[in-house]
Write a protein that binds this ligand. Structure first.
Ligand code: RB5
Length: 144
């Protein structure tokens, strides 16, 4: 299951994402927000990171206006490796090399068609399991 969350700056994209995931048969849990009213992105970032860390969800997707606030909030949580992506190459390689467990996208930066491809790429990629990448990820955990 995939955890998804957004703030008011990305509600439209999240709704498009839900429709897209439904069509593909990808199971997700929506942690909000659910209105266009101004809200605080860390609240939704933490709901999604909690779901990933508890194992309830394998991966998370966080959307806000730029994707930056969500990625800062998520990356402050120990055990979370959030990748802010605006292209498919980064989405692929961050899964392979960084074993990223959260994808962040800026809805006001990236067009919706590209955003959905970035999501597909991220969800379709796998960690390489290479020793050098495992070593580097372990070093990140030490520094946290
Ligand atoms: C909301 O206006 C905006 O600040 C937020 O969506 C995000 O871009 C923050 O990083």
């Amino acid at each position: 299951m995939i955890a998804i969350g957004c703030d008011h700056g990305a509600l439209d994209l999240k709704n498009q994402l839900k429709e897209h995931l439904d069509k593909k048969g990808v199971v997700y849990k929506d942690f909000g927000c659910n209105t266009n009213e101004s809200c605080d992105y860390p609240i939704y970032a933490h709901k999604v990171t909690d779901a990933v860390l508890s194992g309830e969800c394998e991966l998370g997707i966080l959307l806000c206006g730029t994707g930056i606030g969500m990625s800062i909030a998520a990356n402050k949580v120990k055990g979370i490796r959030a990748a802010l992506c605006g292209d498919c190459f980064s989405a692929q390689v961050t899964r392979e090399h960084n074993d990223s467990n959260v994808l962040c996208i800026g809805a006001r930066v990236v067009g919706s068609e590209l955003a959905l491809r970035i999501v597909d790429t991220f969800l379709g990629a796998e960690f390489s399991q290479s020793e050098r990448h495992k070593r580097r990820i372990a070093m990140l955990e030490e520094e946290e």
